[in-house]
Design a protein. Structure first.
Length: 288
């Protein structure tokens, strides 16, 4: 007698349908706050909190909140977007250059105390930001950098983000060292090896570092809050806070509208480089 093992096609189909339904339901739950935010940005001010949990467009929808939010501050919100773009782009450039140089030294060069300094660098990952906040603030205050973008940008050019150094070290260690040896035989020095060999082969991990740096810098609220006090220097995240006032009127419609616009650069940046991001995370995860 023959015994048929395994699940039937009908059972597999049912399980697939159930799995897809659960995934769709989880996606709706995760996307609901964003959908509500977008719907509320087009509602009149008096309907934002009276419409309940509905994400459907209001019959009285308008773009007044976007106009009011864009022009509602003493400084146009466009200036805040420019400030955020400048800080984010400079941070990306600084992190990619400085962290790749530090990672190249740890991964490919031999120097005294390399293991010790690499361990010290990893230990900085365990330090909470609040531990170094006051010494850094005092240092930047003595330099006269407070209320400028320098405290937010200059550390990026000094390889201050140990996470990205570690990420790049793992990637660089996976590149064949025979490439370095062949280049040295042709007379190439460390700088030329770094520029001509390592960087061209490291596009995925560099793109990963650039994307995360841009997103984290764009979304940063605490750093600009500490160092910036002039409204003309504010970033987008600080500008969103100015729409709420505990002692006066709060413009929630304008805040929601500008919150939606603040998501656009991150969304576009991710779409443009998502392939490199996925490739960088996948390949870095397989390195020793």
């Amino acid at each position: 007698m023959t015994v048929v093992t395994g699940s039937s096609p009908t059972r597999k189909k049912i399980m697939s349908i159930i799995a897809h339904v659960l995934l769709i339901g989880a996606s709706i739950v995760m996307l609901y706050p964003l959908l509500w935010l977008m719907a509320s940005s087009f509602r009149p001010e008096n309907e934002i909190f009276t419409s309940g949990v509905s994400v459907l467009p209001s019959p009285n929808w308008s773009i007044d909140s976007y106009i009011r939010g864009w022009n509602g501050l003493r400084v146009g919100f466009g200036q805040l977007f420019i400030n955020s773009f400048v800080i984010s782009i400079l941070s990306v450039i600084g992190n990619v250059i400085a962290c790749s140089l530090a990672a190249y030294a740890f991964a490919r060069l031999e120097f005294a105390g390399r293991r010790f300094w690499f361990a010290m660098m990893l230990m900085t990952l365990m330090l909470p930001y609040q531990v170094t906040l006051i010494p850094q603030y005092v240092f930047f205050l003595n330099l006269g950098w407070v209320n400028t973008i320098l405290p937010l940008v200059v550390p990026k050019f000094l390889a201050a983000d140990a996470f990205f150094i570690f990420l790049m070290v793992q990637f660089f260690r996976g590149l064949p060292k025979e490439l370095d040896e062949a280049a040295r035989m042709d007379g190439a020095g460390p700088w030329r090896i770094y520029w001509k060999i390592i960087l061209p082969l490291s596009t995925p991990v560099l793109a990963t570092a650039a994307i995360f740096t841009f997103i984290w810098t764009w979304d940063d609220f605490f750093g600009p809050l500490i160092y910036l006090s002039d409204l003309r220097q504010y970033t987008v995240m600080l500008g969103l806070r100015t729409f709420t006032d505990n002692t006066g009127m709060s413009d929630y419609g304008g805040m929601f509208a500008m919150s939606v616009l603040s998501l656009v650069p991150i969304f576009v940046f991710f779409l443009l480089f998502q392939r490199l991001l996925i490739e960088g995370i996948a390949t870095t995860g397989m390195k020793r």
